[in-house]
Design a protein around this ligand. Structure first.
Ligand SMILES: Cc1ncc(COP(=O)(O)O)c(C=O)c1O
Length: 439
């Protein structure tokens, strides 16, 4: 267990970073502003389930690049595929076989993606899916759920979750009022709000956009029957259903999660895991709807990096490994061990917490009531999450630096990692309990 973490080199790098990068970071989610404002740890390298920072400290990694890494860092099959491909060119700007092969693998795993397109990020995938839905329906409004994050394009930053919520921003500055007027945002897991929004705006809504299991105000699963209600609402008003599986795609099973809820989205977006650690996104859906996309139809989407052979090679290798029998069972088993161990220790120390878990992904909330929507997560304690985060960092366990994010177990984690994490968490919760008793 590390008790006096030396971060001299991280401090030096952050000082340099602040001079050249806005806020010293390339993504606000990497800042430690929401966990007490310390210097973000600068990582030198990742290896399997571990990070090694620039000062030589080791961490068990549960950030997993915000869910992008399901195999851990540098899986040999992915490294081999990328190395082979880069020698033959990283980006072509032409058609090439790997994009077809990966698209075929996706369609086998996610049958609703009858026709699809690759993009360079989840942001682009969702942005493009929305454009397709608007083109197809001839309507302009989007119904989404407050606090759900769908990337950083203008439209979906209205009432966005995770990153912007971490900084107390409801939206982002720079969104034109006309854009805000196009978004209706309602609480997740609230059938009454859904029914009311649909009654009021029905014929103007092009699509209902949702995360089937929320990952962006912590892990929040749908209440029984809620997604069926969402589907019914979309069908009633003739809007499309856009299922954003950028986090959930290939995370809990080989494919998407929508079949588990007995729904049939019109469009599905995926990303993160799909790229095997390289930048990627994809959107696709019903053939009739995707036939709107140029050159088949009038909805335009393009991209220098879309379907680049490097990401395709990494994605193919990753999906191949994900077919390993028992892989998802192991993620679930370790996730359950962490959940049960954390709850038991928290109880022992008298610290009120909630854990929402699906398979190997979960969030520990410092709160005394169940977490079902964004407001619940907002009400959970940032202060105690920040203390817990820092205590675990000291002990060589890296969590996401925000209460709005999730822990991700990867296939590289071992039983020893889980045991060490629980031992470290026990100490961290004891520190939190002591601080709470003084508060
Ligand atoms: C559900 C969801 N959609 C879209 C995105 C955007 O993906 P990217 O960060 O690859 O642009 C994210 C990113 O966290 C996400 O969680």
């Amino acid at each position: 267990m590390q008790r006096s973490l030396v971060l001299t080199r991280s401090q030096q790098w952050f000082a340099r970073a602040e001079r050249v990068l806005a806020g010293g970071v390339n993504s606000p989610s990497r800042s430690y502003a929401a966990v007490g404002g310390g210097v973000p740890v600068f990582m030198q390298r990742g290896e399997g389930a571990y990070f090694y920072d620039v000062d030589g400290n080791r961490y068990i990694d549960y950030l997993a690049a915000f869910g992008a890494l399901i195999l851990g860092h540098g899986h040999p099959r992915v490294v081999e595929a990328v190395t082979r491909q880069i020698a033959q060119g990283a980006v072509y700007g032409t058609c090439q076989p790997l994009e077809v092969e990966l698209a075929e693998r996706i369609r086998e795993a996610i049958p609703r993606m009858e026709l699809l397109r690759f993009t360079a990020s989840g942001t682009e995938a969702v942005m493009s899916a929305i454009r397709v839905a608007r083109g197809f329906t001839g309507r302009s409004k989007i119904l989404k759920f407050t606090g759900s994050y769908h990337g950083h394009s203008d439209l979906v930053l209205v009432a966005a979750g995770s990153g912007s919520s971490t900084f107390g921003l409801e939206d982002s500055a720079g969104l034109p009022p006309s854009v805000k007027q196009e978004v209706i945002s309602i609480p997740y897991n609230d059938p009454q709000a859904l029914a009311a929004a649909v009654d009021e705006h029905g014929q103007e809504i092009a699509a209902i956009l949702f995360e089937p299991i929320v990952g962006n105000f912590g892990i929040v699963p749908p209440q029984p029957g809620f997604l069926k209600e969402v589907e019914r609402a979309a069908r009633k008003i003739g809007a499309l259903l856009i299922d954003d599986e950028v986090i959930t795609g290939f995370r809990f099973r080989y494919g998407a999660v929508y079949p588990l809820y007995d729904i049939e989205p019109d469009l599905v977006t995926i990303g993160k895991i799909l790229g095997g650690g390289l930048a990627i996104g994809a959107y696709g859906g019903r053939r009739e709807v995707m036939s709107e996309v140029t050159p088949l139809g009038p909805v335009y989407q393009n991209g220098t990096w879309a379907g680049n052979p490097l990401a395709m090679a990494a994605g193919l290798a990753c999906l191949e490994v994900l077919r390993t029998p028992g892989l998802y069972d192991q993620l679930d088993r370790y996730g359950r061990q962490l959940e049960e161990g954390l709850l038991a220790t928290a109880r022992q120390h008298g610290v009120p917490v909630q854990i929402n878990r699906v398979g190997g992904a979960f969030t520990l909330f410092f709160h005394d009531r169940p977490i079902r929507n964004f407001k619940d997560t907002e009400a959970s304690s940032s202060k105690w999450y920040g203390s817990f985060f820092n205590e675990l960092l000291q002990r060589g366990v890296l969590l996401p630096p925000s209460k709005f994010e999730a822990w991700f177990v990867s296939a590289a984690h071992t039983q020893t990692d889980i045991d060490q994490t629980l031992a470290a968490a026990g100490e961290a919760l004891a520190v939190v309990a002591k601080a709470q008793s003084r508060d």
